[in-house]
Design a protein around this ligand. Structure first.
Ligand SMILES: *[C@@H]1O[C@H](CO)[C@@H](O)[C@H](O)[C@H]1NC(C)=O
Length: 287
């Protein structure tokens, strides 16, 4: 049990390290903040205005990343198609290094369009970033292996790959986006990631990577750490233990909501997790 708890703290430390690769230098380091997580709901209403731009950025980044992989390959470590499939599974996950391009984007109102702007620094993944992430997930959809196959074959130029992904396969660029309503509720301002920001998405992802979603170990850890189901750690407590408790609690809510969504029922209680469970399945969301 102690070993498991230590392992988890290690996972959290690794997740935190993943979460803060780039620092905004112009502002002084702030007190640790807890950012992201299931509480941040994707602004799905923005997706129709940005999906084509997101697709073109996805195409650009997928292309660039696979080129980098090909360059790093050699006779003893050839580039394998499975590696590209793996890459495509992670490229639309903003907290992962492969999906970091998503956390560098900002949505900016420009007259009657919503422009997707590439920023110089990585931001915390708030509602607009989650919308970009969802749009990218929907574009990839069930096609990660097809996309990987095309990139692995290397027979398309970058422009041809872009057109194939955005016009043929996903079709998101076939029609012009509708004009942006004047009364669009502004999204949250782009928030550069600061040293010490604790990304709950990365923590939960780290737990899930280690098979701790829905596992008995989590319940045991709750018990050993003395977290009663109804007990929330103090909001201001940013110790690793409190972060762990929060991440585990959120993972549990997520699992419960997903199970309820799968059973077609609306769970009593946590509305945020229910909303999240609906956004998580790209197949259940209309483009
Ligand atoms: C081949 O690539 C691998 C992984 O990138 C690297 O560790 C290794 O040193 C390379 N070998 C040669 C002969 O360049």
């Amino acid at each position: 049990m102690r070993a498991a708890a230590l392992l988890l703290l290690g996972v959290l430390a690794a997740a935190a390290a993943v979460a803060v690769p780039a620092l905004a230098t112009e502002t002084p380091a702030k007190k640790r903040r807890v950012v992201g997580g299931p509480g941040v709901v994707a602004r799905k209403e923005d997706i129709p205005y940005i999906k084509c731009q997101v697709c073109e950025l996805l195409a650009k980044n997928a292309w660039k990343q696979v080129k980098g992989m090909a360059k790093a390959a050699n006779a003893s470590h050839p580039l394998k198609e499975e590696k590209i499939i793996e890459r495509m599974e992670n490229i639309a996950v903003a907290w992962r290094p492969e999906g970091e391009w998503i956390a560098r984007l900002d949505l900016v109102e420009e007259g009657d369009r919503l422009a997707v702007k590439e920023m110089d620094v990585v931001g915390n993944c708030l509602g607009e970033c989650k919308a970009v992430q969802l749009a990218a997930e929907q574009i990839i959809g069930e096609h990660d292996t097809d996309i990987a196959e095309v990139l692995f074959a290397g027979r398309k130029t970058r422009a041809q790959f872009n057109n194939w992904l955005c016009y043929e396969l996903s079709g998101v660029c076939r029609t012009k986006p509708p004009p942006l309503p004047r009364d669009r509720m502004p999204g949250p301002a782009f928030e550069p990631r600061q040293e010490g920001d604790q990304n709950v998405d990365a923590m939960l992802g780290g737990l899930a990577d280690h098979g701790l979603h829905g596992s008995k170990l989590r319940d045991q850890l709750f018990e050993k750490l003395g977290v009663a189901p109804e007990q929330e750690p103090d909001e201001d407590d940013t110790s690793p233990e409190a972060m762990l408790k929060r991440a585990m609690k959120q993972a549990q809510l997520e699992d419960e909501a997903k199970a309820a969504a799968a059973a077609g029922e609306k769970p009593t209680g946590d509305q945020v997790s229910w909303e999240l469970a609906k956004t998580i399945d790209p197949e259940k969301t209309e483009l």
